[in-house]
Design a protein around this ligand. Structure first.
Ligand code: HEC
Ligand code: HEC
Length: 392
């Protein structure tokens, strides 16, 4: 299976931003009296999931949502318009995070667009987020208004990543797909013996300047998972303790913030997929369909629990292996996807485990390559504790 394509414009700007912050770090440590970056109060608010207007400086239309959801709306903006942060924000953000609050013509326009989109949804779609930035923009800044004859007369495009999911009668039931999967990885018994692991390897993302840096992964059944990377901009961590979760990203406007809403159920799902023996039981309802990923036939299986967001699993039709998972985070301006692709399967204590996975979402694409996976290694509870915000 091939690697997903990277959208360079978006990531390039982040890389510039990181380079700039790296410079900032060195300046800041030279005892400069005016510390750049967020205030202590803002950092404290972000850790508790307080509303964005208590965390950021000038929030006018995206009020009442936690910082993580706010940053996800920025991901929606960037993804829907194929913009990077500096396409809307002032160039000064490269060296000063306070500059995210500077108003620019594009920010004014985007604020109007938020108000417009909300009005459309409120008036015509019962306040559901049926129309989003992506509905009109579809990956471009100036939405096209005239029909595209190539789309009308060309090959129909099957998009296996759509959130809308239709049960297909031709697909085997989920129970059968899971049974084949368990057999493919080494059998249900071997899978059931796996209850934790520690992985050691590398992390590659925009915040590591696309260079592999040391990383560790701690996973404990049924649903705890911590990923820590030593990126150039500082320690980067994603921690989920089974209920609560935090993201530590030294290179972002807010270095440490609580995960909320669907980011928590998504984090739980990303931990659960490591325990194939109990995966099917983790969701009460399953639907199946067929799809194609890079020319390979896959079986799509969607699991959901009442009131929760679904997760989508894609199994290679031939080998039976789990090759991709997708989950969605609802934001104030619509849902955004997170995708994890699994590759490089190797046996660990009789279970085939992926040693390489690629996590792709609207704000970054991260490749985790394991050198070693220690099955059932003891994992202390402290690995899932809230990380400490370090000052730059
Ligand atoms: C389409 C334009 C657009 C893009 C692209 C965009 N933003 Fe924003 N950003 C906005 C708007 C509009 C606001 C103000 C929201 C409001 O007033 O409620 C904002 C506000 C912010 C703030 C709060 C600033 C403060 O202190 O008040 C941060 C932080 C931020 N954006 C980060 C980002 C990051 C990081 C990216 C790149 C992933 C990004 N933005 C991309 C439009 C954009
Ligand atoms: C109902 C359709 C629609 C929706 C929904 C929509 N837009 Fe737009 N947007 C447009 C159109 C049409 C234009 C271009 C207007 C023009 O040609 O000048 C535009 C232009 C823009 C521009 C200026 C682009 C440029 O390069 O000048 C920004 C920024 C923008 N939209 C942001 C957003 C954001 C953010 C959202 C989601 C909150 C959003 N839009 C939702 C239709 C939409």
């Amino acid at each position: 299976m091939g690697k997903p394509v990277r959208r360079n414009r978006f990531f390039a700007a982040f890389a510039i931003l990181i380079a700039g912050l790296g410079w900032l770090t060195s300046v800041a440590t030279q005892a400069s009296p005016q510390q750049p970056g967020p205030s202590a109060a803002a950092v404290a608010a972000a850790v508790t999931g307080a509303p964005a207007e208590q965390v950021f400086k000038d929030i006018r239309v995206l009020k009442g949502i936690p910082a993580d959801e706010f940053l996800d709306t920025m991901g929606m903006f960037a993804s829907a318009l194929l913009f990077d942060c500096v396409s809307c924000h002032a160039k000064e953000i490269i060296t000063d995070e306070n500059a995210f609050a500077i108003e620019t013509p594009k920010i004014q326009r985007a604020r109007q667009m938020v108000v417009m989109t909300n009005a459309i949804n409120r008036l015509y779609f019962g306040a559901q987020n049926r129309v989003t930035c992506f509905t009109c923009h579809g990956g471009g800044n100036l939405p096209r208004s005239e029909p595209n004859l190539d789309v009308q007369y060309g090959e129909p495009i099957e998009d296996p990543y759509r959130m809308a999911f239709v049960q297909s009668v031709a697909t085997p039931p989920a129970t059968e797909i899971f049974a084949k999967y368990l057999k493919a990885i080494g059998g249900a018994e071997a899978a059931a013996r796996l209850t934790s692991f520690v992985g050691v390897g590398t992390y590659t993302g925009f915040d590591s300047n696309d260079v592999p840096v040391p990383a560790e992964v701690f996973v404990r059944a049924p649903n705890q998972m911590t990923t820590i990377a030593q990126a150039q901009a500082g320690t980067n961590a994603k921690v989920f303790d089974g209920k609560q979760g935090w993201r530590m990203q030294q290179d972002t406007p807010i270095p440490l913030f609580a995960m909320t809403g669907d980011n928590l159920t998504g984090a739980a799902a990303e931990a659960m997929v490591w325990f194939p023996a109990s995966l099917q039981k983790s969701f009460s309802q399953w639907q199946t369909n067929v799809a194609e990923i890079n020319g390979t036939n896959v079986l799509a299986v969607q699991g959901s629990n009442p009131g929760g967001q679904p997760i989508r699993l894609y199994f290679d039709e031939e080998s039976g292996m789990l090759v991709r998972m997708v989950h969605w985070r609802r934001t104030a301006v619509g849902a955004i996807p997170t995708r994890v692709d699994f590759e490089d399967f190797r046996p660990v204590a009789g279970v085939q485990m992926p040693f390489l996975w690629t996590r792709t979402w609207t704000n970054n694409q991260v490749v985790m390559q394991m050198k070693e996976i220690r099955p059932n290694a003891p994992v202390e509870a402290s690995r899932f504790a809230r990380p400490q915000a370090t000052t730059r």
